[in-house]
Design a protein around this ligand. Sequence first.
Ligand code: FE2
Length: 453
Amino acid sequence: MREIHQLRDVQSWMDSGMKLSTACNETAKLYDAAVSQLAGWYDNKQLDGLESTLKKMMEADPQFIAGRSLKHSLEVIGGSNIKNNPTLEKNIERLASDVESNSNTCGEWEKLHVKALQFSSMGNAEAAVRQWEEILIEYPSDILSLHLAGMTCLINGTMEKVSGISGRILPSFEDEHSLSSIHAWHSFGLSEINLLPQAERHARIGISLEPKNGFSTHAMAHVFEMTSRYDDGIAYMNDNETLWNFSNHIAGHNYWHWSLYYLTKGEFESAADVLDQKLLNRPDFGRFDSLTLSYLLAMEDYSISDVMQKHGDRYEDIIKQNQANHYRSFNDVRIMMGLCVSKKYDEAEQFMTESKGSECIHGRNVNENLLTSIWSYSREMYEDCVELLWPIRYNIKQIGGSEAQRDVFSLMLIHACLRSKKVKHNRLASQLIEEREIHRMKSPLVDRLRRLL
Ligand SMILES: [Fe+2]
């Protein structure tokens, strides 16, 4: 994370091996500030945050290639692509054509990023990630390539690639201000392939290098979750809240991890307190996690009607703001959970029909089954829920997100099997609980589920 006085001007970027197409030092510094905020998941208050930094950067030099490429890359991460956003398509065409006609003034690094953007905006995530991997061969200290590749893998359910990418560049990474972020990505990638001792080591290095980097704390939160160290997780999140809270773009999601420890321990009131006091008011992507948490609490038969009544407008806002997009199944399933847990069944049915009909939604192969399984579970049609979820359980990964985020479906399948009237489903419940214990030993949630058999 770079302080204002550490931001690189045009010459400093050149000294880092990356020639920029702008001659304006203010633009180069604002670009650096934007990359720093992105990789550190925070808003720099002196610059009024990431969005404002990008705006000022574009005002300072509207033609700046790397700046335009970054702006559009973030739009793609946000869910836009050339199929659902004609303006984006035009802007990227213009950008590519400007690169072509100003080939001499553009830096090589910028050109390669524009190429990656073209792939990602076409929905070709695999080619885009390959392109960022190519960039990292020549520019191993490029935190932006790692961040965009990592985010793309997270969105596309290919997190198994991430620790390889970060591990290859870690020894030659020379940007001390981004070092905590690369350790955080490396740790997160390792935890998603179950290399947990290594994941913990890198999360702790990331935290020690920059205690305020909430993305390193996030990696540590996954390690606590996957090693069933719920008390350690609660103590850690509580003791260091003022530090990791600095990374306001991921703080909401970190609160969600915190609440999961309580939920797993069966301390539902504490989990609901985090939802009520910390999570629901977050503007970041923790807002979607609040819908999952509400659904998980309902699956445990814990009533959150007080919280839902108090924050009724907020639930409605989260759902309304995202209801019409149908960019990603990962978002739609969580909106569906929000609608069902709010008992808005008419709206849920209509939403489900629209989402199923969306040709371009990411995760389309499993979207219909997932939405209908949530519907079936919420309407107490547990047998249907099992029949919908059981056949696709190995394919759910393609909607993206982390193992911890998709765990709601593993739990829903077990709960549905337990509540089903079919003996075969009840037997399956017993086997699924055994399976769960392989990865989550000493989990109070496993003990709780076993008592329901
Ligand atoms: Fe997470």
